[in-house]
Each structure stands twice: as C-alpha cells, then as structure tokens.
Design a protein around this ligand. Sequence first.
Ligand code: SF4
Length: 250
Amino acid sequence: MSRTLVWWSTGAASFVAAQLTLRENPNAIVARCETGNEDPDNYRFEADAMRRLNATVTLLRSTEYTDVWDVWQKRRYMAGIAGAPCTSAMKIAPRLEFQRPTDVHVFGYTADQKDVERFELLKANYFELTVRAPLIEAGITKAASLAMVERAGLALPRSYAMGFPNANCLKTGCVKATSPDYWSLYRFHFPENFARTAAYAREIGARLTRIKDERVFIDEIPADWPMTAPIVPACDFLCHIAQQNIEEAA
Ligand code: SF4
C-alpha cells in the first residue's frame, strides 16, 4: 500500500504542509531525519506542533553515527569539494533505508519563486519519486506560512527572530555554509558552539568560509563582520546539488 511521507523540518512551511496533508490523509507519516544537532527550541516547536496536529514524528536515525559531530570526528572531514559527510550519513542514508518506491513524498516548498524553482529541480532530479508540494498547490508563500503558524497559536522557533534563513544544525552551525555573514551571525548568537566548531575546523584544516575569493578558517572572520546576508543552503533532498552549485559559483 502506498504511504504518504511528510518531510518535517521543524519549520513553519513544513508545519503547514503537515497540516494540509493530515487533513486530507490522517494516516500520513510525518518523518524527520534526526541529526542530534538541532537547536533545543526546534524540539520545543516540534512538540508544540505535533500536539496541535495530534500527530507524532517518525524519527529516522543513522545506524552508524550518533550525531553530526560524531560523523565529523570519525571521518575527520567537515565539508569541502566532496560535500558534507553529515548530510549523507545523517539525512540521505536513513531516508534511503526508510523509503519505499510506492511512497508519496510531501515537502514544505512554498509558492515563492525560489522555492518553486527548487521544487522543479527536485522533480527533475528525482523523477522516480512521487512528490507533492501542497503549499505551492495552494499558493501559500513563506510569509503566509509564518502567519498560519502564529494563527494556529504556536510560537515560531527562535531561529526566525535571530535572522537565520533556516534552523538546520544550530548546535554546531552548518558546515555547508560558506557565507562569512552566516558564521558571523552564528558566532554572535552561539559564541560557545562557534568556538567549538572553529577549533575542530582548525584541528583538521577545514577552511569553511570564503572571504574575497579565498578560503579561510571561520575564526579568521573579523569580529565586526556584517551579519546581513547569512546564506546557508537548505539541507534536504537537493543537498548535494546545492553543494555543487556553491562550488561552481565559487
Ligand atoms: S544542515 Fe549542515 S551541518 Fe547539518 S547535516 Fe546538513 S550539511 Fe551537515
């Protein structure tokens, strides 16, 4: 029998995707790959959201690694030309193990142009999957999804107010982000976590960011570096494609 999997990301858009899907199909499975690396407030939002939806999250875990940090330590690699091993270990492998060819995959892509393009890219790259984006179908933008979460009586994850474009892996910072603005913002809000990630990047020689076309360590970002354009790629099905685009643009 075909299953419907809603890919839950602990964000506003995936809340609306889950809400719309569960209304249509109460047996839909709300699933998330557990990285062990999320901000505590994401887990608070997840608990609130699931109570509101009267649903539970099916957590998909790596059988090899406990969390993102464990992947980096065992592989002694954080990110680079070969991508970020945490994505494949913590997100891609558990998903491949869980999914079945007959599944319908539901995503929280919004009706904003960039998300629409991203969904088109996903369809082109995963033509073998049956995929849906209920927010695009209903014309719901990101701004509208934020309002819908608030109307549902839920407090958004704190990362939105902090200015992060997405809340992935805030316990360490996302190593796929090469934007110095992102790391400057991350250092501002999470100085201790930043110091830990920066020290390990030094230890293994991972120059995670780029300033004036030069790869540098994140602890070389000047203290007064702006935080105005904190670009961080989404870590989803299109992760490896996003990585390629970053490297090509660099
Ligand atoms: S969000 Fe970033 S740090 Fe987290 S698993 Fe994906 S690539 Fe790794």
